[in-house]
Ligand binder design. Structure first.
Ligand SMILES: [Zn+2]
Length: 282
């Protein structure tokens, strides 16, 4: 016989997975080519966004997305044509190649910042580009925040949280959130995207204790795992595939959109994790 708690959790998970809007995740658009697979060419990105906008898709702010987590929300079931667009790492090229494109088509996005590295080079990362890449600075972030773009935490220094002891993981989460709250206001202190998507029950608990309401993980699972808003996945394929027929088998615009979104999703996930893995193995 199933445990009541397990049943409740499974039901909630199913409900969230079915009703949460898909979450797209990109890392870097344009700039120097590299070994990693997280980079998407500027022209490809612009074409994707224009295609989505023309097809009637809308982007959600993080606040609008968070409203969908409350069962009493009047907008349920969620309209199938809205999604949350997210960027990890906060590279400076976003302000050059991405935000202007999004503003042109009436889209917004949420960018997860590595707060210790705002305005600095990406020395936190494996060096797989010839030159170090710059991160957005606070001035630029403030400018785009005023234009309706959202920001959130990608921790203070981009560690794999699951490898850290409690105190260090908590400090990463807390310091980042405090910086965001101080610099950008409480709206920017609601959510965290776990570096490398690495999270478990312990990290979710620490994130909640630090004051985060939403936590975004990697690209596995449906809209939410374990029924927890601190364990939101960013693999949109299952959520988009509402008809039960895989997108690869569908015809028409919906199928095409599903395929390229799945493609983006897979790139997003593997990227830095694979590179880090290669790095540590030599
Ligand atoms: Zn990252």
């Amino acid at each position: 016989m199933a445990e009541p708690e397990a049943v409740r959790s499974a039901e909630l998970n199913q409900r969230l997975s079915a009703l949460l809007p898909p979450v797209l995740c990109y890392h870097r658009i344009g700039g120097p080519a590299e070994l990693g697979v997280t980079r998407v060419a500027e022209s490809v990105f612009a074409r994707q966004m224009t295609t989505l906008a023309r097809a009637g898709w809308k982007t959600l702010t993080l606040d609008q997305f968070a409203e969908r987590l409350h069962p009493g929300h009047s907008a349920w079931p969620n309209p199938p044509s809205a999604f949350l667009l997210t960027f990890d790492d906060g590279y400076a090229s976003l302000a050059e190649h991405v935000y202007p494109v999004l503003a042109d088509v009436g889209f917004t996005a949420t960018t997860f910042l590595i707060t210790d590295y705002v305005g600095r080079a990406n020395t936190w990362d494996v060096r797989y580009t010839w030159r170090r890449l710059a991160h957005l600075g606070w001035d630029s972030i403030g400018h785009w925040q005023e234009r309706g773009f959202g920001f959130a935490s990608h921790t203070a220094s981009h560690p794999r949280l699951t490898w850290l002891p409690d105190a260090e993981a908590a400090a990463e989460l807390e310091r980042s959130r405090e910086t965001l709250r101080h610099r950008l206001g409480s709206q920017a202190a609601r959510a965290v995207a776990y570096p490398f998507g690495a999270r478990d029950a312990r990290i979710e608990r620490l994130a909640r204790a630090a004051g985060y309401e939403l936590g975004f993980g990697g690209m596995r699972g449906g809209g939410a795992r374990n029924g927890s808003p601190l364990a939101l996945a960013r693999l949109p394929v299952y959520v988009w595939d509402v008809g039960g027929v895989p997108f690869g088998l569908r015809e028409g615009l919906a199928g095409a959109l599903g395929r390229f979104i799945a493609d983006i999703a897979n790139r997003c996930a593997v990227g830095t994790t694979v590179m880090k893995g290669l790095g540590t193995r030599g």
